[in-house]
Write a protein that binds this ligand. Structure first.
Ligand SMILES: Cc1cc2nc3c(=O)[nH]c(=O)nc-3n(C[C@H](O)[C@H](O)[C@H](O)COP(=O)(O)OP(=O)(O)OC[C@H]3O[C@@H](n4cnc5c(N)ncnc54)[C@H](O)[C@@H]3O)c2cc1C
Length: 378
């Protein structure tokens, strides 16, 4: 295992803000969610302190595949069936607005490339066509592609293109967000694990720990399951093969090519699902070999692997995040459980919680009410 490729990027300078009075809000977790929440609160003049156990972006936010996708973990047609048409539409619109905002804030950490969701077989083609139809019916931009270029044409059975999506350098993005939050007056404390919410005293707390939540809030442990994703980065290829993030097999395989020509490829959790439900940030030979085999088959060459890493994300039973006040806990808020789809939603949900704390609760918060899965703690 090596450090994640993304974390080798030089962090931007950041103001070393220290609060002179006690914080009004403490945020636990320095990923995209925590930093987005900190920025929004600091902007509004709230005394906010963020505590991160390791460093900013050291969790999933600096370890992921860098896909900036609209929507949630469910395909749109499934979201329509499960949530109802209006709610599904509200979720997609929320994520589209968040993508616009991300594009404004991220600078060169974001590129508006679109994304390509590929059908690995005829069954998946049918599923993607159903999603395409549902998106079209509800007025969302999407394109169906049968004209796949090599090396995709021989392997895949069509693709759903989302022109509004993009590619992220995730660590650069979140560190930039953190720098904006510090600049706006948030105190960011790294290497400052919160061992228990009691140690924080009488203050509003936002728990933004996604797959790394274990043990901090007992009632969350029953509904947020930690899952591991493994990735590799290759040496730079001499040619550009992929212009945007690609994913296939219902999201089990995913890859993109970085601006300097490397392939960042991840997935194959389903080669060993039992062992991949874990909090251990480690790579395994089985999954790593599956990824390497896929690269060889896909591009017909075996570039050297320069980086191998893993990250943990939190899955909820209905694959919708939990965002809002915890039932039975007046001053504890959560924003987590993105089920592997939090790069854009993390921004949206961190801001939704900040708005609620500022007394400006937005209707979209109702989409993610923790009470749907959690009972009161008392
Ligand atoms: C391998 C992989 C690939 C992925 N690919 C994509 C993708 O391409 N697109 C996408 O949208 N999503 C993707 N995801 C999901 C996405 O990365 C997450 O949904 C998102 O980063 C969650 O951000 P977060 O800020 O909520 O949590 P995180 O970024 O995980 O941050 C949580 C932080 O909380 C800290 N923490 C935990 N406990 C404590 C404590 N007690 N005290 C202080 N700090 C604590 C942790 O150290 C961690 O830094 C992927 C995830 C993984 C693991």
């Amino acid at each position: 295992m090596t450090p994640p490729y993304w974390l080798e990027d030089e962090p931007p300078p950041r103001r070393a803000t220290r609060l002179t009075e006690a914080p009004e809000v403490v945020i636990v977790g320095g990923g995209v969610t925590g930093c987005a929440c900190a920025l929004a609160l600091a902007h509004a003049g709230v005394r906010v302190r963020l505590q991160e156990a390791r460093e900013i972006a050291s969790g999933a936010s600096g370890r992921n595949a860098g896909f900036a996708l609209r929507g949630g973990a469910m395909p749109y047609d499934e979201a329509r069936r499960r949530l109802g048409r209006e709610q599904a539409r509200a979720l997609w619109l929320l994520s589209e607005r968040a993508l616009d905002r991300l594009a404004d804030l991220a600078g060169d950490a974001f590129a508006p490339t679109g994304s390509l969701r590929l059908a690995a077989d005829e069954g998946e083609r049918g599923a993607l066509l159903a999603e395409y139809t549902a998106l079209e019916e509800d007025g969302f931009t999407a394109e169906w592609r049968d004209d796949l270029a090599p090396p995709l044409a021989s392997r895949f059975h069509g693709a759903l293109s989302h022109p509004g999506d993009g590619s992220l350098h995730p660590a650069r993005w979140v560190r930039r967000l953190a720098a904006l939050a510090a600049g706006a007056g948030a105190e960011l404390r790294e290497h400052a694990r919160v061992e228990s919410l009691h140690e924080l005293g009488e203050v509003d707390v936002v728990v933004a720990t996604d797959g790394y939540s274990g043990g901090l809030v007992p009632e969350l442990d029953a509904v947020v399951r930690a899952a591991r994703g493994q990735l590799v980065a290759t040496e730079p290829l001499a040619r550009r093969v992929f212009a945007c993030p690609h994913y296939a097999r219902h999201g089990y395989d995913y890859w993109q090519q970085t601006p300097d020509g490397r392939l960042v490829v991840g997935g194959w959790r389903d080669a060993s699902l039992d062992t991949e439900f874990t909090t251990e940030e480690a790579v395994t030979p089985l999954i790593q070999q599956s990824i390497e085999r896929f690269i060889r088959e896909l591009i017909g060459e075996a570039p050297a692997i320069t980086h191998r890493w893993a990250g943990i994300f939190g899955i909820t039973p209905d694959r919708m995040p939990l965002v809002g006040r915890l039932p039975g806990r007046e001053r504890v808020w959560v924003a987590l459980g993105y089920s592997g789809h939090g790069n854009v939603l993390g921004l949206a949900c961190g801001e939704l919680v900040a708005d609620a704390l500022l007394g400006r609760e937005r209707p979209e918060l109702g989409l993610f009410d923790p009470a749907r899965l959690l009972t009161r703690a008392d």
